[in-house]
Design a protein around this ligand. Structure first.
Ligand code: DAH
Length: 337
């Protein structure tokens, strides 16, 4: 047996014992046994001088290495054992960690809430594609080519003349093409606009559109439906204001403001001291839209409306930055469980 073999054997043996030591005292003993003044590794170092010169260098280097290695190992083990938590002590008085159940994203919840209200009024749900043609997104909705109204919605164009839909209103055209009145539908979904991202605007967002077509539908039906929806979603006390507006696919058109749900209409930062919040667009479906999809505007009339999803959710849950919805920070999302 050479001295080198002794070093290797001692190093392995000591290493195993250090690993299995359970107390600081046991480590102290090992330190003395292997590295102390009369310890095994020390003895080897002392014996080096009796070796032939050609073996001395290599054996000395290995023995010193083994000593450094064991010293470091004992030090780490001692540190571990001296931290009380490191010992696996079962404390039955600590509260359990439990299993968390996932929650639906707050946007999905809001869409479901809105759809549930309209479903209660007899509306069916329909969906359409996120990637649309110019026809469904614009032309079928009475936006003539090159009409300045197209600039109201900054569009992302994709290949083959398609675009990312800028609103969920195109589903109205798709459904009108394949159904006969009476039709009562809401269309939730994603929309995209080339907007600068800020606390209030994002390039991807959601809308719920809806429309109703039958014989003898009037503006009073539209008003009643909007009042019923806003009261159901925002609360019985909410007041509505119909403001004349313009959309190519409705005539007349209106925007609906609700009394600010944060200050009750007194004026605050969120409603910019006006007491009112703009919440949706609506109107009587333009005869051109009915005609383009093969319906007789002399026989049928209808109303349509479209609301964002992020804004009502922000107002209801007092969320001050639209980007929070899409960051998907689990601490934010968990609040809505
Ligand atoms: N599509 C419109 C927008 O995104 C909102 C809208 C207004 C939808 C009036 C409608 C409507 O269905 O009748 O700005």
């Amino acid at each position: 047996m050479s001295l080198l073999d002794d070093v290797t054997r001692l190093r392995e043996e000591a290493s195993k014992l250090i690993d299995s030591a359970e107390t600081v005292e046991a480590l102290d003993d090992l330190q003395i046994t292997y590295l102390g003044r009369k310890g095994a590794v020390t003895a080897i170092l002392k014996g080096l001088k009796d070796l032939p010169v050609d073996q001395r260098k290599e054996a000395g280097a290995q023995a010193n290495k083994a000593r450094a290695f064991l010293e470091a190992k004992i030090k780490t083990a001692r540190e571990k054992l001296s931290v009380p938590q490191a010992r696996s002590v079962f404390d039955p008085t600590l509260p359990g960690t439990g299993n968390r159940v996932g929650v639906r994203h707050i946007i999905t919840q809001t869409i479901n809430d809105i759809c549930r209200i309209f479903h209660g009024m007899g509306f069916e749900i329909a969906r359409g594609p996120d990637v649309e043609t110019d026809y469904y997104n614009f032309e079928g909705l009475n936006f003539p080519p090159d009409h300045p109204a197209r600039d109201m919605q900054d569009t992302f164009f994709v290949e083959h003349g398609r675009l990312l839909r800028t609103h969920t209103t195109p589903v109205q055209v798709r459904e009108l093409e394949r159904r006969k009145p009476p039709i009562k539908i809401i269309t939730p979904g994603k929309c995209f606009r080339n907007e600068a991202i800020s606390t209030r605007a994002h390039v991807a967002f959601h809308q719920v559109d809806g429309f109703l077509i039958d014989e003898g539908v009037t503006l009073a039906d539209l008003k009643g439906t909007m009042v019923a929806f806003c009261k159901a979603y925002f609360g019985e006390d909410v007041k509505l204001k119909f403001r004349p507006s313009f959309f190519p696919f409705t005539e007349p058109s209106a925007e609906v403001d609700i009394s600010c749900i944060l200050c009750g209409g007194k004026g605050c930062r969120v409603c910019k001291q006006t007491g009112w919040l703009e919440i949706l667009g609506c109107g009587m479906i333009d005869p051109n839209v009915l005609k383009a999809s093969g319906h007789d505007p002399e026989k049928y009339t209808g109303f349509a409306f479209g609301t964002g999803v992020e804004r009502p959710a922000m107002l209801k849950h007092k969320i001050n930055d639209i980007r929070l919805f899409f960051d998907n920070d689990i601490r934010f999302l968990r609040q809505f469980g």
